[in-house]
Design a protein around this ligand. Structure first.
Ligand code: NAD
Length: 438
């Protein structure tokens, strides 16, 4: 089947290459000429494990092409996926749908036959109705069905997630559209991935409900971690103790510096706005958003308090090294990363901040003014009064503590991901603070 994907970012590029790998004939479209030029030249515009190999293989087989020319890209496509960004709108926190609606209008002008237009971007309830209206208004002579197919992949594990999803959700209002979607995903239900058909609005809401629930789980354990610190309990054991209950489940129960990234912050906010607009408040999610926002900056204060306990009464002019800047390991995505708020809180206290990240530094540099980027972990630690483990990249899981001790000005490790064994780090001569552990 011929498929066009409009928007070749984390979701569009991964979806497009996976569809090509299933055997479909795919064109990935983007309006950013630098991205398309890179892809045509075999270079990846983003870091995602396994993506380069998948793109090269399918491009070489002639099943995957890249273009900035939307008209040429959608020509003859049986399905056109919209995978453009839906960031939080400045000012009010609603999802900014201008890219989705812009793409819909462009697509409408270039359809060459009956087509299913599929919204893969995360969009509020009712967006599909508006996409349908925009396409109808363009006066196309062809039959167009608008379908919602939210994406649940995780950056850093995106290809595995796309090829072995927990479920595929399709919100469609016609049997013809459902047939096209079944055909697109057929290779996956041979793998027994459940495919779920719903109404379009339901599919749109499923995506927000899923992200809000996961954000709630994280925030719940983060608050339990704070309580653990006060009462002398260990959040790792609390997490395991509740997670072994199948009704709760062990995933998303790791205490940390607060959730970030390109999805949870904006999607929880957008859900609040939808709920507000429809007069049906979601108070639990409201609390989650507030608690998480406050937490990221509080992590900066936690570092300053740890410095005070290590004998640094005035942090002004001292140096802190941040290890890991991206919002999670195995991505270069810096959007809404906790490191941003932590760095700002430290800088506001007059602290010099140095950062190191295995993949994110190029993007981070532009987003973290005044933060010096180091060439590696040990260069970052040179002369530091605190090392803060912000993101649990594998490269930070087996640090040479003796080597670090010889480099730093003050041996203090603040481990915001609970990667280390407190006794081991203390035995190496460090002051050690983690999250929710005695
Ligand atoms: P992204 O910013 O990486 O990519 C979006 C791309 O769309 C950009 O390259 C941009 O240039 C392009 N674009 C915008 N308007 C265009 C147009 N009219 N024509 C062609 N290209 C256009 O975004 P992303 O992270 O891939 O997210 C896309 C959507 O998927 C969002 O709604 C997001 O919420 C959702 N989503 C993201 C993830 C994730 O982990 N990143 C997971 C699930 C769902």
């Amino acid at each position: 089947m011929k498929i066009a994907v409009v928007g070749s970012g984390y979701v569009g590029l991964v979806s497009g290459s996976c569809f090509a790998d299933f055997g479909h004939d795919v064109v990935c479209i983007d309006k950013d000429p630098a991205k398309i030029e890179a892809l045509q030249g075999g270079r990846m515009p983003i870091y995602e494990p396994g993506l380069a190999e998948l793109v090269h293989k399918n491009a070489a087989a002639g099943r995957l092409r890249f273009t900035t020319d939307l008209a040429a890209g959608v020509d003859g496509a049986a399905a056109v996926f919209i995978a453009v960004g839906t960031p939080a709108r400045r000012g009010d926190g609603h999802a900014d749908l201008s890219y989705v609606y812009g793409a819909a209008a462009e697509i409408a002008g270039h359809l060459t036959g009956d087509t299913v237009v599929v919204t893969k971007s995360t969009v509020p309830v009712g967006t599909g109705d508006e996409v349908e209206r925009i396409i109808g208004e363009a006066g196309t002579a062809h039959t167009v069905a608008v379908v919602s197919n939210p994406e649940f992949l995780r950056e850093g594990a995106a290809i595995g997630d796309f090829k072995r999803p927990d479920r595929i959700v399709i919100g469609a209002e016609s049997e013809a559209a459902r047939d096209v979607m079944r055909e697109i995903y057929r290779p996956l239900f041979l793998n027994r991935s459940p495919i779920m058909f719903t109404g379009r609005r339901t599919a749109e809401l499923i995506k927000y409900a899923a992200n809000a629930f996961l954000a709630t789980k994280i925030t719940f354990i983060n608050e339990m971690a704070d309580l653990c610190e006060e009462v002398g309990a260990d959040v790792q054991d609390v997490s395991r103790g509740i997670g072994l209950d199948n009704r709760i489940g062990a995933k998303f129960l790791h205490a940390g510096p607060g959730y970030g990234g390109s999805c949870f912050p904006k999607d929880t906010l957008a859900l609040l706005k939808t709920a507000e607009d429809f007069g049906s408040p979601v108070r639990i999610v409201e609390a989650v958003v507030q608690v998480n926002d406050a937490r990221k900056r509080a992590m900066g204060r936690k570092v300053i308090e740890a410095m005070a306990k290590a004998g640094i009464a005035d942090p002004r002019g001292r140096k802190v090294a941040l290890l890991g800047l991206t919002f999670k390991p195995n991505t270069d995505d810096m959007r809404d990363s906790p490191s941003l708020a932590i760095a700002t809180a430290l800088q506001d206290a007059g602290i010099e901040v140095v950062g190191y990240d295995p993949e994110g530094m190029e993007v981070a540099q532009a987003m973290m003014p005044g933060v010096a980027m180091a060439s590696d972990t040990y260069a970052a630690a040179q002369g530091a009064d605190a090392i803060v483990l912000v993101t649990e990249w594998d490269a930070f899981r087996a640090l040479d503590l003796a080597r670090l001790k010889a480099l730093v000005a003050t041996p203090l490790l603040v481990d915001l991901r609970n990667v280390y064994d407190p006794d081991e780090v203390r035995a190496a001569g460090f002051h050690y603070h983690s999250i929710g552990r005695p």
